[in-house]
Design a protein around this ligand. Structure first.
Ligand code: D6G
Length: 643
């Protein structure tokens, strides 16, 4: 072990060894890679924690307007490198470890993916958290701490098979449980109506069961660590009262069974993508995290405010798609039933507080919950939704008195053999802004799917084009290019992407063009080395790479891409002498387990890959469908054993 080159390096090394010894009970000579990963994670978390406390103390003192991002999915991925990047110690950490004979990259590979999302919607949520913290907004993410994230993918005879993703099995060094903020969440039961002492009509919901929401906080460090915000994810626990009841009747096994039944709520992320999976447990999940979030938001607001007059000035709640849309009814319930506000005041606050982001125009993806299910799980919320609807339809009929079809189209309730609650309509009516996620999408939303609403509330409809955080998706994942950019245009583009325009003139600079080419070549060589190591698949880094990585779906047209490969193959077979650029087609994507057609597409791509591998005339061409769990065919246990 050599001495670290800088005081910062020495401090990192001391902190790391401390965590190894005191946190893991290990000497550096018998520590496993897993011990080292945990010790390193704690080392960087310490740096973040100090700013985390200061940031939140600052919020507490200033009482600013806070942004609350409610999302059923947060696809964070790995955090180790990102966090070192944010605290500005990535290079220091790498060299401090190198001096101890430890490879940072190897420890990075130990971290499981926080795969609490399916795809774009969940990654958008994660990118927003990064950007909000970087821009210094007082922002919170609220979601579910799924015990099993998006399934692990394997291939057997070319077919996708799914394995549960037990990402929490070995602990999660980033989160901190905060039992002091536990929230009881009701389900089922009935409502009771009465007149209170002031002569006011009151409704009280008496749930049949209560589940406890226990929050786990993860710090979200902005770039340069000026702000550290919080992602608060809720885990489900059986409530003691609920447990004890059965237990006292002497049936221990049944008590444990019931405990498991209520804890199942936060077990698993539904792996659907772009089609809507309507399962009772899913509605329970939605209400569970929404009830926890609203309760937490109201508690925080009430610390500084005696009444609700300023609530909408202090809280902006954004609904990431309709998964959290029941929040509209929940905030109304809390304001009406728990705090005794009148309808008009409560509704005004609710509308001013919520914003709704729509993610899809596909009819089969729009959530519609059966009224009967709502009635059974959330009887009070159904009453409130009916009342919102009655008042809303009165406005519609006032404005278009001779157009009953319009009222039927706009109703929050879809009539038919099975009546359903249209969650997109609830979210639209309950919000002051509705946005799509691309200019074309937003235009079509206002033109087709929510046309009647856009006509009624033209100012409500806006566009917010999705983006990604350039910290993760350029600075962190393409360090060579990031360095060249900084060299050419100076620092600052990481937080102000418009500055990349300054790179345009370098298109005329042949030295810079050569650098860009060699960076691309080096990155391709890295990818080729990874494919060889993790997937035992050799590709030529000088071939042209054509990469399509996203959930497998008919509308995403992986099939068309694969058929293109087949066409190229047939052409090469017919005329082997014709000049060709060698190409590597790389596919990556998971199919929803129940989506038969998508699974057949996976089987097809794997079959094409096999054929091309065996075609002698296509020596340097390749097709590969990468198993997206990122560990080749190894499961987490094998990876841990090797670590
Ligand atoms: C985060 C950071 C921690 C802070 C806590 C406050 O976990 O330092 O004490 O948030 O939570 P609220 O009281 O705002 O819910």
């Amino acid at each position: 072990m050599t001495d670290p080159a800088t005081p910062e390096g020495a401090a990192l090394r001391a902190a790391f060894l401390n965590h190894l010894r005191l946190g893991r009970g290990k000497h550096e000579h018998n520590a496993t890679a897993y011990d080292r990963y945990l010790a390193l994670a704690r080392t960087v978390r310490d740096r973040i924690a100090a700013r985390w406390i200061e940031t939140h103390w600052g919020y507490h003192l200033a009482d600013p307007k806070r942004v609350y991002y409610l999302s059923a999915e947060f696809l964070l991925g790995r955090s180790l490198r990102n966090n070192f990047q944010s605290v500005g110690l990535l290079d220091e950490a790498r060299s401090a470890l190198r001096e101890m004979g430890i490879d940072f990259a190897e420890l990075e590979e130990i971290e499981p993916d926080a795969g609490l999302g399916n795809g774009g919607l969940g990654r958008l949520a994660a990118c927003f958290l990064d950007s909000l913290a970087t821009l210094g907004y007082p922002a919170y993410g609220y979601g579910i701490r799924y015990e099993f994230g998006i399934f692990e993918q394997r291939f057997e005879s070319g077919w996708q098979v799914e394995r549960p993703d037990e990402w929490l099995r070995f602990g999660n060094p980033w989160e901190i449980v905060r039992p002091e903020y536990t929230v009881p969440v009701g389900f089922g039961g009935h409502t009771e109506e009465s007149v209170d002492a002031t002569g006011r009509w009151r409704v009280r919901w008496v749930p049949a069961v209560r589940v406890l929401g226990v929050p786990y906080d993860t710090p979200i460090a902005g770039h340069d660590l000026r702000t550290v915000n919080t992602l608060r994810l809720w885990s489900a626990r059986a409530s003691e009262e609920f447990d004890l009841d059965v237990f006292n009747q002497g049936d221990y096994v049944k008590a444990v069974e019931e405990k498991t039944a209520s804890e199942v709520i936060a077990k698993v992320l539904y792996p659907s993508d772009s089609t809507w999976a309507g399962r009772e447990l899913r509605l329970k999940q939605q209400y569970f995290f929404v009830a926890c979030a609203i309760s937490d938001i109201v508690r925080r607001y009430r610390q500084d405010h005696a009444d609700f007059a300023r609530f909408a000035d202090k809280a902006a709640i954004q609904l990431n798609d309709t998964h959290p849309a029941v929040a509209v009814a929940e905030l109304m319930r809390v304001l009406l039933d728990e705090h005794g506000l009148g309808w008009d005041e409560a509704w005004d606050i609710t509308q001013r507080t919520f914003g709704y982001t729509n993610h899809t125009l596909l009819a089969e993806a729009l959530e519609r919950w059966p009224v009967a299910l709502f009635e059974r799980l959330l009887p009070r919320h159904l009453q409130i939704i009916y009342e919102i609807n009655a008042r809303f339809l009165r406005l519609v009929l006032n404005r278009w008195p001779n157009d009953p079809d319009r009222a039927a189209r706009m109703s929050l309730i879809e009539e038919g053999p099975e009546r359903k609650v249209r969650m997109a309509h609830l979210a639209t009516v309950g919000s002051h802004k509705v946005n799509g996620v691309a200019a074309l999408h937003s235009a079509l939303l206002a033109r087709d799917v929510l046309h009647d609403f856009a006509e009624m509330y033209p100012g409500r409809f806006t566009n917010k084009t999705n983006g990604v955080t350039p910290r993760r998706w350029l600075l962190s994942c393409n360090p060579r290019l990031a360095e060249l950019l900084t060299e050419c245009i100076g620092p600052g583009w990481e937080t102000d992407l418009d500055r990349l325009e300054r790179f345009a003139p370098f298109a005329d600079d042949s030295t810079v063009r050569a650098r860009v080419r060699s960076i691309k070549r080096a990155n391709k060589a890295d990818l080729a080395a990874w494919l060889a190591r993790e997937h035992r698949f050799a590709v030529d880094p000088d071939a042209r790479f054509d990469v399509q990585i996203k959930r497998i779906h008919e509308y995403k047209r992986q099939l068309l891409n694969a058929l293109h490969v087949v066409a190229l193959y047939l052409r090469a077979k017919r005329d082997p002498q014709a000049p060709r650029t060698p190409q590597v087609f790389l596919f990556g994507g998971k199919a929803a387990p129940a989506y038969r057609q998508a699974k057949v597409i996976i089987r097809f791509i794997n079959a094409v890959a096999e054929v091309i591998k065996l075609a002698p005339q296509l020596g340097r061409d390749a097709v590969i469908l990468v198993n997206l769990s990122g560990r080749g065919d190894k499961d987490l246990d094998t990876v841990m054993r090797e670590a």
